[in-house]
Design a protein. Structure first.
Length: 264
């Protein structure tokens, strides 16, 4: 029960990594505010938390809307009394290659993925400082570290790492830590993956061969990393990027196998 008496806010908590994170934090004692643009998704996660014996409240809105963000924080403080943890999970991606991106699409990806996280942190930080501390965990991506397509999304995630470090350095002395988790491929119901699955139902099986652990990730893999970074036991971890990718960025097993095959 690392989160007993603590309150967390998870953006995009209605599905995928956000839902898994909300459930994980609640299972360890946190009261969780589940924000999502979809009322059905947000209420679904809240119901799942309640069914497991936890505490949660929904807040419907967009991370691009400052009034919606203020309402979510007001829900945390009004319903549960404080805000200890912010998990910036919401992201958006559409175009997989540079040639297909229009300026408006580029701006949209940055607006949701990077600006949205900044707006949420900007709104939460004064409350965390006033109460004596807090933790922010931003969900990044290996796309922000290496090229895997989706260049606008990748650039936004790279910017999110810089933002994480800025918060860590500026607010560490004020009791607020900021860290990032960078997942590899995670099997979720995100629209980008749904579209890929329609084109190729075996896409995850094909991608698994690039991962040294032999599979793509699960939302619970990322939730576990978030639960560590936001907990008091990680009190000396600040400004770091925890890559949770099954070894993807450690090396290229498919390439290594092909090179070995040439020697045989």
């Amino acid at each position: 029960m690392r989160y007993a008496d603590k309150v967390a806010m998870v953006t995009g908590g209605g599905d995928g990594i956000g839902r898994a994170t909300a459930l994980r934090l609640a299972s360890e004692g946190a009261a969780v505010v589940v924000t999502d643009i979809s009322p059905e998704a947000a209420h679904g996660t809240v119901a799942a938390v309640a069914a497991a014996g936890g505490r949660a409240a929904p807040s419907i809105g967009s991370v691009t809307n400052e009034a919606d963000i203020a309402a979510a924080i007001a829900t945390a403080r009004g319903t549960f009394g404080r805000l200890d943890v912010l998990v910036n999970n919401v992201a958006f991606t559409n175009q997989p290659v540079l040639e297909g991106i229009e300026p408006a699409e580029w701006d949209r990806e940055f607006e949701v993925t990077l600006r949205g996280a900044w707006l949420c942190a900007r709104a939460a930080l004064p409350h965390m400082v006033a109460q004596g501390g807090g933790a922010i965990v931003n969900i990044g991506s290996v796309n922000g570290l290496m090229y895997f397509g989706n260049p606008a999304y990748s650039a936004a995630k790279a910017g999110l790492l810089s933002l994480t470090r800025s918060i860590a350095v500026e607010y560490g002395p004020k009791g607020v830590r900021a860290n990032m988790v960078s997942p590899g491929t995670i099997r979720t119901n995100a629209p980008s993956w749904t579209a890929r699955l329609k084109r190729d139902p075996k896409v995850f099986e094909k991608l698994a061969r690039w991962y040294p652990v032999g599979r793509v990730g699960r939302p619970t893999d990322i939730a576990a990393a978030v639960a560590f970074l936001a907990a008091d036991e990680a009190a000396f971890v600040n400004g770091t990027n925890l890559v949770v990718d099954g070894g993807l960025t450690a090396g290229m097993p498919v390439m290594a196998d092909e090179l070995l095959a040439e020697r045989e």
